[in-house]
Design a protein around this ligand. Structure first.
Ligand code: FAD
Length: 598
């Protein structure tokens, strides 16, 4: 059976030493987040994930969700109780406004918990995850009355939230949405239409489900400019706040799918369901983007989480499985063979996953802190800079962490040989679960287009220039440190590749947009690799400083950081050259064949 141990020590190294979390204690909610409290919170979260969520992962996958004849959905055994434990632990409201029952702690801690929960049980973590996304959208764009009506119940875990964008004929191109909203004359609307692939659309975990639904008000302009966002509770809510009759929303069916079996993926039918506008008419996509951006970061974390849990199991197996002998002489003379972890090819695989996981965790936390700054700082310039970075990095996080997260789940499965293909070991579940993260919340090809087509050039390229300056300044400041030199030289070279690729787009993509489209995926990965390399350089600097200062009992860990940093720079980062070569080859060969020639 698979195992999982939340990487609390690594998280604390990042928060305390690398990002100096305490230095943000002027932000609301941060003063309470002292190092002791953070450690205690993460320790509690880790316990819940390891002891309650992880044991339900395999059984939940095997059992799956069932739609009953009356349209209700039964989730796997134990999920309802686990959700109760999760909400009673205060995890849904961890970073939410205390006015509505939240704890007001930093969002960053919520992102950490999201990693642990998604690694322990990704299908489960989606139920609270979507609820938190819906809370965020209601909090930013909902009226005071809506906030009062929905947020406390959602935060306490009595009601959940969903996100309804996709329709049978449109997923990426939301301008094609057909669901319609007709004014009822009393301030509410009758919502009619079919939404597909709605995660957690129906379940037996909470007493009500608050659907956020994109629909078109009759007479609205065509395309994305005519879409509005509505809140549609599954069950009507009385003036006393009690849950009443069904609101003409039903689950038509649930999908039989590759992974995340324990999360219900529903076809939702709205047959004149009563809904209320959130925010402004025809500005629904703006409002939904609050939820989508939060969800994209959440999905990025799912990529890291599946990579981490798959890695942990691959390491355990590699230490245990005896096959062949070490190339450098017998290591296990009392046994018939050595454990496979002695083989360089196994090491190569494990090191590449480890080097990704630790840098990806840093990349997530670096941006999660920016999210806190963007939402909580009183300094407008600081808020703007943080927002710029988040806008630029959200598609990179989503696309790169889920692409590599999936690759790593496959690599970790490979460590088990044939046993990795057999269900009882759980490795094939990680592969199946990780796969969806590359698709939903905007397929990764679309993330790449968002990055290159919209985010890169926004405000005259302010965000990417700030990133170039930050990494360039880091390299310059530390170039005199002999120990860091072998790490900084490859980082500087890869930053150069990124700058060349950016310049190439500026000169070649405006007149010929296919050049941007054909190079977008490579650019997203090129930028992602430079970010991960930058994270390694930052971590290595701290590790080096700690070793020089005596490391306080953490010598082994800090040495491992330096070795892993070197591995990343030598083995992973050089891929930036290949990305640059592909980008600058342009789009001619990609686009030359006619559709009939395929
Ligand atoms: C298990 C699961 C859960 C989901 N949960 C939810 C949910 O809770 N709520 C919700 O609303 N939706 C949900 N979805 C839907 C999901 O977000 C969409 O499937 C996804 O956004 C892609 O849309 P699509 O399937 O229509 O693919 P399409 O939009 O048809 O895209 C097909 C392919 O074409 C590519 N493509 C499309 N347009 C472009 C372009 N302009 N440039 C480059 N490439 C392009 C895409 O990258 C993709 O590879 C879920 C889906 C699944 C499978």
């Amino acid at each position: 059976m698979p195992v999982y141990k939340a990487p609390v020590e690594d998280t604390l190294f990042l928060l305390n030493d690398v990002f100096q979390f305490e230095r943000y204690n002027n932000l609301p909610g941060f003063a309470d987040a002292t190092p002791d409290l953070v450690e205690a919170v993460l320790g509690e979260g880790a316990k819940l994930c390891e002891e309650v969520l992880q044991p339900l992962n395999h059984s939940g996958d095997q059992e799956g969700c069932k739609r009953n004849a009356d349209g209700s959905v039964t989730t796997p055994k134990g999920f309802k109780e686990a959700y109760r434990a999760y909400s009673e632990g205060g995890w849904i409201g961890l970073a939410m406004d205390p006015e509505y029952g939240g704890q007001g702690l930093p969002y960053t801690l919520g992102a950490v918990m999201n990693e642990y929960a998604s690694a322990a049980n990704m299908a489960f973590a989606m139920y609270p995850g979507l609820t938190m996304g819906a809370i965020a959208a209601l909090y930013v764009h909902g009226s005071d009355e809506q906030k009062r009506a929905y947020l406390p119940k959602m935060i306490e875990g009595a009601w959940s939230g969903t996100m309804n964008l996709t329709e049978p004929h449109c997923g990426t191109d939301l301008g094609l949405i057909k669901a319609k909203a007709v004014p009822n004359g009393d301030g509410s609307y009758a919502i009619t239409g079919t939404k597909i692939f709605i995660s957690a659309g129906e379940q037996d975990i909470t007493e009500n489900i608050i659907h956020l639904v994109l629909a078109r008000i009759e007479g609205a302009p065509a395309g994305v400019k005519g879409i509005s966002l509505f809140v549609v509770p599954r069950n009507a809510i009385g003036a006393d706040g009690k849950v009443g009759e069904n609101n003409k929303v039903s689950c038509g069916s649930i999908e039989h799918k590759m992974g995340i079996h324990a999360n219900s993926t529903c076809v939702m039918n709205y047959d004149g369901a009563q809904g209320w506008l959130i925010g402004t008419e025809n500005k629904g996509l703006n409002a939904m983007f609050v939820m989508m951006n939060e969800a994209r970061l959440g999905v990025a974390i799912q990529g890291l989480a599946q990579s981490e849990v798959a890695y942990q199991n691959a390491v355990a197996y590699a230490k245990d499985r005896l096959q062949g002998r070490s190339l450098t002489g017998v290591k296990n003379p009392d046994k018939a063979a050595d454990p496979i972890i002695v083989h360089p090819d196994v090491r190569r695989t494990l090191m590449s996953i480890k080097a990704f996981n630790e840098a990806a965790r840093a990349f997530v936390l670096w941006n999660a802190i920016k999210s806190d700054v963007a939402h909580r700082s009183t300094d407008a310039a600081e808020r703007q800079a943080a927002d710029d970075q988040l806008g630029l990095m959200t598609p990179v996080l989503k696309g790169v962490l889920t692409d590599i997260g999936f690759d790593n789940a496959v690599k970790a499965q490979q460590m088990y040989g044939g046993h990795g293909y057999i269900a009882e070991h759980g490795m094939e579940q990680f592969v199946r679960d990780a796969r969806i993260a590359m698709i939903y919340e905007g397929a990764n090809g679309v993330q790449a287009m968002d990055l290159v087509g919209r985010k890169l050039g926004r405000d005259g390229g302010r965000a990417i220039m700030a990133f170039f300056n930050e990494v360039g300044a880091f390299v310059k400041e530390n170039e005199g440190d002999e120990a860091l030199k072998p790490l900084l030289a490859p980082l500087a070279a890869s930053l150069g590749h990124l700058q060349q690729a950016t310049m190439w787009f500026m000169n070649n993509a405006l007149a010929k947009p296919d050049n941007a489209g054909a190079g977008a995926h490579d650019y997203m990965h090129l930028l992602g690799l430079v970010c991960l390399g930058y994270m390694w350089a930052k971590m290595a600097k701290v590790a080096q400083d700690k070793l020089r200062a005596g490391a306080n009992g953490a010598t082994e860990l800090m040495n491992a950081k330096l070795v892993t940093a070197r591995f990343f720079m030598e083995r992973s980062l050089p891929e930036t050259a290949a990305h640059l070569a592909r980008i600058t080859s342009g789009s001619d060969a990609t686009m030359a064949l006619s559709a009939e020639q395929f």
